[in-house]
Design a protein around this ligand. Structure first.
Ligand SMILES: CC(C)(COP(=O)(O)OP(=O)(O)OC[C@H]1O[C@@H](n2cnc3c(N)ncnc32)[C@H](O)[C@@H]1OP(=O)(O)O)[C@@H](O)C(=O)NCCC(=O)NCCS
Length: 292
């Protein structure tokens, strides 16, 4: 019989066990079961976040789940302990702890099966898209900004509030990104990978009107977040900002591949990325509990 403990913070030895489990799951599945946001939330109490520690007969950790403040769960079962019912027990415990939605990163067949069995419905498809770098010189020569718009990089400590406001406006329909707080931004600015020279801002006069924040981890570049002020959308700014970041990742950082995550139902973003040569690499599926 599994025991599932629900806690708001994890202690040092629990954290080490969770990280071991996530590393093993990541290696076996070829991708991380818990998102960056979830990994950051392991560091300390975050309002509304709950951690579920699943132990088999009181012994070692066999499963871990995190339920965020919005009620979305991410789950991982130790790859050496799969197909014994732990995933089902953990998912049920997550629902009891308030989860009403769950991610299946990579669309893992076990996760899809479990979601269906528990009455969850597919509600969101998050695509990971990739393209090789560098982008050919011809395409880069074409980067043109709308008239009156200038480019510079992010100044930590000075641009934070204006950037948070722009992020909230651009992602008003996407609470996961648009809801970022000063704390969420500060967490990223303190990460070892953070480099302001890869965080591009578009300005019109004194106003921030768009941004492209790139990220480099190992030999992979990422279009981390792109956003354009609603009043400036549709004028080619998103495409220009994305291209500037690709030039930086390919030419300045010498990377051979860039990835990004985009919702399948965000046609403007999908269009921009497809036109810039990105193709679908894999998908993450989000399920929601059917309340009927
Ligand atoms: C996605 C986003 C960054 C694109 O920036 P933008 O400046 O509006 O985009 P551009 O003007 O450079 O290009 C828009 C393209 O999408 C197309 N497009 C716009 N709305 C569309 C729609 N509803 N359906 C299909 N295509 C659409 C445009 O026709 C254009 O394609 P084209 O160049 O072939 O004509 C911007 O819309 C935005 O900030 N959206 C909210 C935040 C967001 O979703 N960011 C991306 C997260 S991955």
């Amino acid at each position: 019989m599994d025991a599932v403990e629900v806690v708001e913070t994890v202690n040092g030895s629990e954290l080490a066990a969770i990280q071991r489990l996530l590393a093993a799951a990541g290696e076996s599945d070829g991708r991380a079961a818990v998102s960056e946001q979830g990994r950051l939330a392991l560091r300390g109490p975050r309002p509304g976040v709950r951690h579920l520690l699943q132990r088999d007969g009181g012994a070692g950790l066999v499963g871990y789940a995190q339920v965020d403040a919005a009620g979305t769960a991410e789950l991982a079962v130790d790859p050496a302990q799969r197909r014994q019912g732990h995933g089902r027990a953990l998912a049920q415990a997550a629902v009891e702890a308030g989860a009403s939605a769950a991610w299946a990163h990579g669309g893992h067949p076990g996760a899809r099966r479990l979601a269906e069995e528990l009455g969850f419905q597919l509600v969101r498809e998050l695509r990971q898209m990739r393209r090789p770098l560098p982008v050919e010189d011809d395409a880069e020569a074409e980067i043109t900004f709308p008239p009156g718009v200038e480019l510079r990089t992010f100044r930590p400590g000075q641009d934070d509030a204006a950037w948070l406001a722009l992020n909230a406006a651009a992602f008003a329909h996407h609470p996961e990104q648009g809801g970022w707080t000063a704390r969420d931004l500060a967490d990223r600015l303190a990460e070892p990978w953070f480099d302001p020279s890869g965080f591009f801002l578009a300005t019109r006069g004194d106003e921030l009107v768009g941004f492209h924040w790139t990220k480099v981890e190992g030999d992979l570049g990422e279009v981390y977040v792109v956003g354009v002020s609603p009043s400036e959308q549709g004028n080619g700014l998103g495409r220009a900002l994305t291209s500037v970041g690709l030039r930086y990742l390919g030419r300045d950082r010498g990377l051979g591949t860039v990835l990004l995550y985009v919702d399948a139902d965000n046609p403007a973003a999908v269009r921009v990325y497809e036109r810039l040569g990105f193709t679908v690499y894999e998908v993450d599926l989000m399920y929601r509990l059917n309340s009927d």
